[in-house]
Design a protein around this ligand. Sequence first.
Ligand code: ZN
Length: 142
Amino acid sequence: MTGVGKIARLEQEMLSARMRLIRKINTKPEMIVRRLVHRMGFRFRLHRRDLPGTPDLVFPRLRKVIFVHGCFWHQHDCRLGAKQPTANRAYWLPKLARNVERDHQACRQLAGAGWGVLIIWECQTRAPHNLPALIRRLLKPP
Ligand SMILES: [Zn+2]
């Protein structure tokens, strides 16, 4: 491997380590949603790995889940999501496309198993006044 190749490889490894970290920690948008849902009086489980896509908030008795998606990582159709990586595009673009495909698949599987799904985007948590209505609509008894 050439020196340049080695550096590119190293950069890629550092980026993917950072991405793993970013995906794992309790992100700020997720904390905003958790606090809000909690204040609204609903109790939930976190990150149930046995469900498709490991939903961020799970309401087992209501059979509902909420995903809180970062706009960039999950390619939201908004200003934040439209931002394209400039470095290592060959690495990032397919990775982001795989995220989107995984999200669709998880939603299909959950809906197929009778779960109600709400996706809350990072950009929505920046001006969260509309969120209580969305959350109430998801969680209201049938
Ligand atoms: Zn967005």
